[in-house]
Design a protein around this ligand. Structure first.
Ligand SMILES: Nc1ncnc2c1ncn2[C@@H]1O[C@H](COP(=O)(O)OP(=O)(O)OP(=O)(O)O)[C@@H](O)[C@H]1O
Length: 318
């Protein structure tokens, strides 16, 4: 994508985005609702006209290549399976040119890949949401597309299934070695599935980085906030809470839900709230300068304050 902009009337949905995907790697487009991720993905597919810029494959401009000739596979939020066909025929849909026995072999291979061996004859109306998404993935991979475009493929599933399928999707994409672009608003999902994460907001590309670099060094406070770092401390403030690292002159430390830990010798901080996340207690505390932060604990506290130590954070430009 080179200097790509997409407009809907006066609205600038995508604003001058330049991004590339290495062959065989997975790129996540991550951003809040309305940040332009789906518009960008649709433009790659040829489904959205560009106001400016180019989509290139191997240096060749695709502007005159229609959707069906781009040889990209798609997976959407809802599986969009053909309800009148069984699972096997859904997966074989794009394999028209192959002889029958090769089609059947390919369907078996794909079902094995997505962990649904023996499902060929199932009605698609008798699949769970997670199974339907696996079939949709198998169908899109069957004709060996040169790239796979995934638009929030897991977001209609419940959380535990989503987390499990994100791991599975990461494995499957690596196994097939396909180039893929995965749109999601979920920070953890992006980091699990992708080799590289591109963070978008208001149509602009804010940062492109490998997941661990993104979490350690967000490019701005906006990126850090989107990742869940809610407070920002100077070097002296961080050191006063027990942090042993050192910040540069123009850096602050972003404080996220894993940055603070309960510690008997820690600094006492007032408790402001308590809630649950994934079965653990999230304790809200007020930092010495008045900013709010959270930490996770095994159980609720009845005390008005807890002792905490700052163990990690995201080094962010001030
Ligand atoms: N067909 C359309 N016509 C007009 N405006 C649109 C259209 N599609 C998207 N938009 C607008 O463009 C902006 C970007 O939308 P887009 O769907 O690309 O964002 P997104 O990051 O994928 O959001 P979500 O995660 O909610 O799907 C939004 O402000 C949206 O309202």
């Amino acid at each position: 994508m080179r200097n790509v902009s997409i407009h809907y009337g006066d609205l600038v949905a995508v604003d001058d985005v330049t991004l590339s995907v290495e062959p065989g790697s997975v790129l996540a487009l991550l951003g809040p609702s309305g940040s332009g991720k789906s518009s960008l993905l649709r433009a790659l597919a040829g489904l959205e006209p560009l106001a400016a810029g180019q989509v290139l494959w191997d240096g060749i401009d695709l502007s005159t290549t229609p959707v069906h000739r781009r040889n990209f596979g798609f997976v959407f939020q809802d599986a969009q399976l053909f309800s009148t066909m069984d699972v096997g025929r859904n997966i074989a849909y794009g394999l028209g040119k192959l002889p029958r026995h090769r089609r059947q072999e390919r369907v078996r291979e794909m079902l094995h890949l997505v962990g649904l061996q023996g499902f060929e004859g199932r009605k698609v109306t008798e699949l769970s949401g997670g199974q339907a998404q696996r079939v949709a993935l198998a169908r899109s991979l069957a004709p060996s597309p040169r790239a796979l475009l995934l638009d929030e493929p897991l977001s209609a599933l419940d959380r535990s299934l989503r987390e499990h399928l994100a791991d599975e999707l990461a494995r499957i994409l690596r196994e097939v070695g396909t180039t893929a672009i995965h749109v999601t608003h979920d920070q953890d999902e992006a980091s699990t599935v992708a080799d590289t994460v591109a963070v978008m907001d208001h149509g602009r590309l804010l940062q492109r980085a490998e997941p661990d670099v993104l979490w350690r060094n967000p490019a701005s406070r906006d990126v850090a906030r989107f990742l869940g770092f809610s407070a920002f401390l100077t070097n002296d403030q961080a050191a006063a809470l027990g942090w042993v690292g050192r910040l540069g002159a123009h850096e602050v430390l972003g404080i996220g839900p894993r940055s603070l830990e309960l510690h008997d010798d820690g600094v006492p901080l007032p408790v402001t709230s308590q809630g649950f996340a994934l079965g653990e207690v999230e304790i809200g505390v007020r930092l010495p300068d008045g900013q709010g932060a959270t930490l996770t604990a095994a159980e609720r506290t009845t005390a008005p304050q807890v002792r905490v130590r700052l163990v990690s954070g995201a080094v962010t430009p001030a």
